[in-house]
Design a protein around this ligand. Sequence first.
Ligand code: GLA
Length: 388
Amino acid sequence: MRAKVLEEFKKKFGDNEGNIRVFFAPGRVNLIGEHTDYNGGHVFPCALTIGTYAVIRKRQDEIIRLYSMNFVEDGIMETTLQEVKKKQVTGWTGYPAGIVWSLFQKEFQIDKGFDVLYYGNIPNGSGLSSSASIEVVTVYALSKVFEFALPNIEIAKISQFSENQYNQVNCGIMDQFAVAMGKENQAIYLDTATLEYRYAPIRLDDEKIVIMNTNKRRELGDSKYNQRRMECQKALEMLQSVRDIQSLGELTCEEFEESKEVITDMVLRKRAKHAVYENQRTMAAVDALEEKDLVKFGQFMVESHNSLRDDYEVTGVELDTLVEETLKCNGVIGARMTGAGFGGCAVSIVKNDAVKDVIEAVGENYKKRIGYAADFYVVSVGDGPKEL
Ligand code: GLA
C-alpha cells in the first residue's frame, strides 16, 4: 500500500525535492460500551488494520494542497495557512483543515504549508471512525513533519477538540482515543470520566471478529446523536436533585433503580437507564473476557444491543435485522450494533469454522428482508498511528 499511495502522490503533486513521508492511522470498532463515553462511563473499543494513509511533503510557502483518492472528483483542493485560521471549511477537507486550525489554537508551530494525499480503506459512512482516523493521521503526520512532540493521548484529545469545535460534531472521546492508542491484538478498556485505561488482550484463537455493514446511509444520524446527548443531560439534571453525581456513569444499576422516579419523563428515564446499565455491563463484560469467559462476553454483547434497541432507540430495522439473523446461526458467540447506530455496522464474534456459513446465511436473509445487500468484513485488531 505504501508504494501505491506514494506513486499516486508523485503523480498528483510532482516528484520534486523535499522529503515525502507516509503515515497511517487505523479505524476502530467498539466491542461494548455504547453511548457511554459522553456519560462518564466505560468503553471497550479496538483499533483495526484498515484505516487512513496520509502522504505528506512540507512546502516552502504557506499553501496547503489536499487530495483524496476516495474523492477523486473533487481534485486537488487548495487553501492557505491564513485561510484555514480564519475560515470554516466544509466537506471532507473540513477534517484536515480542522486539525490545522486546532493546532493553531493550541499554539503549535506550523509555519509552512504542505501537500498531502489521503487514501482510506475504511468503508465510507460505515461507523468505523473514518473521521477519527483522518484526524489522528493528520495530527500525527504534522507532529512529525513540523517536529513537535505530542504523546498519542494528546493526539486523541486534539482530534476530538477539532471534531467538536471545527466540524461541530459533538462526539465523545472514544473514537479518537481508540484510533490514537490502538495496539495489535488488544482492546482498550477506557474510563471516559478519568481517561484511565488499560489494554485487554483479545485472544481469539478459534474465533473471528466479523463486522457487518448495513449499507444504510446515516442521514439523520448526527442530529439524533446530539438529541440523545441532550436527553441524557436532562435526565442527569433530574437525578442531581437527589444524588450528588457529575455523570450517569457514577451510578450503579441499584442506585439508578432507587432514584429513577425523579426522572418523570419516561423517554428520558429509558435513555438514562441505558447509559447506567450499559456502563455496568461493560465493566462486567471486560471482567468476563479477562476470565476467558468468551461466552459470557457474547451474552453481554447481545444485552447491549437489546438495550440500544429498546431503551436508547438508536438501532433501526437494518441493524436489528443483521443482529437477529446473525444470532440465529450456529457458531455465533455474540453480536450487537457498534458506534453511533442509526445505520452503520454491527459487530459479531464468530467461531472460525462458522464464519463462511454465517456470512452466507445473514447476507441472504438480510437482502431478502431489507431489499439490498449488506457487506461483511473479517477484521484484525491493529496498532495505532505510525510512519510507514
Ligand atoms: C460515535 C461517537 C463516539 C460515541 C459513539 C457511541 O461513534 O463519535 O464518541 O459516542 O458514537 O458510543
